[in-house]
Design a protein around this ligand. Structure first.
Ligand code: SPD
Length: 356
């Protein structure tokens, strides 16, 4: 008979060490992930717990003799196998649909957009850690466009994009579907790139170079049907991005789209995000797990995630993914439009973040 208290004990110690909420289920998820894969970054990806927590849980499971590391790969020990069997902790064997990459959307009608987009992005600027950049794959960007169109939020609609290393403005422009596209972006490399692509391909993207900590300029307030963003995931960062997105919308029953990851935000933090949405009279209509797949970024070795890794491995496959949300505003929503005055650091980093 195995001691199931071990899961609670590990969760308790991991939470104490990382200051990230941990549950016996967090430990189970890591044990299940080790059954799916032996490579560290794949385990992190599949466990879907904040990266520092997964790293700590792996360390503790190793100390408890339930997992072992051989040539930098993770395996259950004999004791670990018996423990998982006894406690019904196992990988189901079900994987996301390879055709749609788990997005439940057919992007075939956008294949011309994808083809042109893939060509254009060959010249894109590399991701900068300073702005938490790390762009999604071209298929992901085009899938975002497809999703907005699928839900009736793109065709003939005015689209506001808040920060765009993913280049959604460009893909939406190539699709020719929106009536208007406006991008607000702080990074001058990206504003120059989008301006030049827009000129060359006649995409008519309005580009405003501005830090989102500043209020939206009045000419952008209440002008849009839809907003899109991939926000930083501190609580304050999310709220700031959301305020700017909502500020751009024309009124109730307009839509917003954004990504949230479980690798830098615990479900407890998600609860806070959802409170912010509710407070702002916005309701979640769609959530797609694993929709956003992020290409590996050059600065990986300089991240906290890399420093915390129990083995000195570099990721070989895409490991960073996020859920894709659609929200709608309801009667009574009243966004604020005030400057963000707190130190910049609180926007980017908290105890759960590890790649910013
Ligand atoms: N810093 C790594 C890349 C992360 C890109 N931003 C993801 C934010 C998700 N909301």
């Amino acid at each position: 008979m195995y001691d199931t208290q071990i899961l609670s004990r590990i969760a308790e110690v991991a939470e104490k060490k990382t200051s990230i909420p941990a549950y016996p289920e967090s430990v189970q998820r890591v044990l299940s992930a080790v059954q799916q894969s032996s490579a560290y970054w794949d385990i992190v990806s599949q466990a879907e717990e904040p990266v520092p927590l997964t790293a700590e849980i792996l360390n503790l499971l190793r100390q408890e003799g339930l997992i072992q590391v051989e040539e930098e790969m993770f395996f259950l020990t004999g004791e670990g196998v018996a423990f998982c069997k006894e406690n019904h902790i196992r990988f189901s064997g079900v994987r996301a649909c390879p055709f749609c990459e788990g997005r439940a959307l057919d992007i075939q009608p956008y294949s011309d957009t994808l083809e042109a987009f893939e060509e254009i992005v060959k010249q894109r600027p590399p991701a900068l850690q300073a702005y938490d950049q790390g762009f999604v794959t071209p298929r992901t960007t085009v899938a975002r466009v497809a999703h907005m169109d699928f839900r009736g939020d793109l065709r003939g609609k005015a689209l506001l994009i808040l920060g765009d290393d993913d280049l959604v403005s460009v893909a939406a422009g190539i699709s020719s579907l929106p009536s208007h596209i406006c991008l607000i972006e702080v990074d001058s490399r990206l504003t120059s790139f989008v301006r030049s692509v827009s000129r060359e391909y006649h995409l008519k993207i309005e580009v405003v170079e501005q830090d989102l900590r500043q209020p939206l300029p009045s000419f952008l307030l209440g002008r849009f049907d839809t907003f899109e963003m991939d926000p930083v995931e501190s609580r304050k960062g999310f709220e700031l991005f959301l305020q700017r997105g909502l500020g751009g919308l024309k009124g109730p029953r307009k839509a917003g789209y954004f990504g949230l990851t479980r690798l830098e935000s615990s479900l407890d933090k998600w609860w806070d995000f959802q409170q912010v949405l509710l407070k702002n009279r916005a309701v979640i209509t769609d959530i797609y797990p694993g929709f956003n797949q992020y290409a590996l970024w050059d600065y990986h070795s300089q991240t906290r995630a890399a420093r915390l890794a129990p083995v000195p491995q570099m990721p070989k496959n895409i490991w960073y993914t996020s859920y894709w949300f659609r929200i709608e505003t309801l009667k009574g929503f009243q966004p604020t439009n005030v400057p963000f005055t707190e130190p910049k650091e609180v926007l980017y980093a908290d105890e759960e973040s590890s790649t910013t």
